[in-house]
Design a protein around this ligand. Sequence first.
Ligand SMILES: Cc1cc2nc3c(=O)[nH]c(=O)nc-3n(C[C@H](O)[C@H](O)[C@H](O)COP(=O)(O)OP(=O)(O)OC[C@H]3O[C@@H](n4cnc5c(N)ncnc54)[C@H](O)[C@@H]3O)c2cc1C
Length: 381
Amino acid sequence: MAAEVLAGSGAKVDVFDAMPSAGRKFLLAGKGGLNLTHSEPLESFVARYAEQRASVASWLESFGPCELRTWAKGLGVDTFVGSSGRVFPVDMKAAPLLRAWLHRLREAGVRFHMRHRWIGWGDIDVDVLRFQTPRGDVQVRAQAVVLALGGGSWSRLGSDGSWIPLLRARGVVVAPLKPSNCGFDVAAWSEHFRSRHAGQPVKSAAIAVTTTDGSVFHKRGEFIITDTGVEGSLVYAASARLRDEIATQGSATLHVDLLPARTLQWVADELAHPRGSRSMSTHLKTRLGLHGVKAGLLYELLPKSVLAQPAELAAAITSFDAEAIDPDACVRNAERFSLERFRARLPGEIELALSGERDHERALARRPSRPARRGLARPFR
Ligand SMILES: Cc1cc2nc3c(=O)[nH]c(=O)nc-3n(C[C@H](O)[C@H](O)[C@H](O)COP(=O)(O)OP(=O)(O)OC[C@H]3O[C@@H](n4cnc5c(N)ncnc54)[C@H](O)[C@@H]3O)c2cc1C
């Protein structure tokens, strides 16, 4: 983007990249459908950038989601809004967009130098950049430099974070890299649960997370059970909060409402129907439509005593007041989604809670004093 704007203003632009070809991570993003942007109102969109929202908002005001769609169209790529509000290329691919983009850049005079790894500045002259290439080290003098070196994940695609020590050595303060969309481990799933439900989506559900500063985040959508924990769009939406909570507290709690469209009263009334000789699994399925992975979570997370008490069970199933969720913020996640996305894992755990507490503000504010493993992943059967 910077190359395009600079070349458009008449600057002579050279792009250097360590990899043999450009845009490798961009291409990988295309495998999951290439979510280009979001169609929600700008105010909600910038809120996703949390503490960076002020600076990001100023960029998005001049080049926001609409401008991005127009830009893609200018490269011959039409876009559409998915059912979640996210925006994708019509063919869900990154390659045609990248190809057209690189072509247009070359036409504008931008020169690409691949297999050029930037390794620092000249010893004396800071206008000189040093590159490692297959033909030995190369030095390049530039009047202005834009560093766009990526983060630290998927290093085999080029972004390995090796620029951080180079900048720090020059006295530049660089914040530590943190994963921004990632799955989380929960205290080990039982083998019974893992073998039956890993890979399955939990939908529709609502989650809530409270952070130590007292703020509460909640959202409706779906998430996926993995071998060791949870991931998926709903978890990614909360991942920055969970990540920071784990960093400061050692663990975080993700409250889950398994029937976000139902009231506690409705669930309690249904459960109160006599079940006669029917098993609890059949009762949950026929009265509440809870079966498969959702019923599995109940057996996995709740003590037997709660399962035997309709009132407690109802409160656990609707573990917080999902009605309080802003409907505009809901993710109705129907379009294609790659499970391989954002697989970064953190060295921390989250607690998955079916707390049975109706008042979500209160439930969420009451944090366990230490990582609460009890009730987690305890095989029920
Ligand atoms: C599986 C997956 C799916 C994704 N899906 C989406 C999605 O649908 N939508 C979305 O918006 N985002 C998605 N992302 C995230 C998106 O790919 C990244 O946010 C984006 O690529 C970041 O762009 P960037 O230019 O900052 O960094 P990068 O794309 O990582 O580019 C950095 C470039 O710098 C080069 N480089 C690094 N160090 C040096 C050096 N020392 N010398 C020379 N060159 C160097 C690298 O080779 C690389 O080409 C996805 C990511 C992954 C991993």
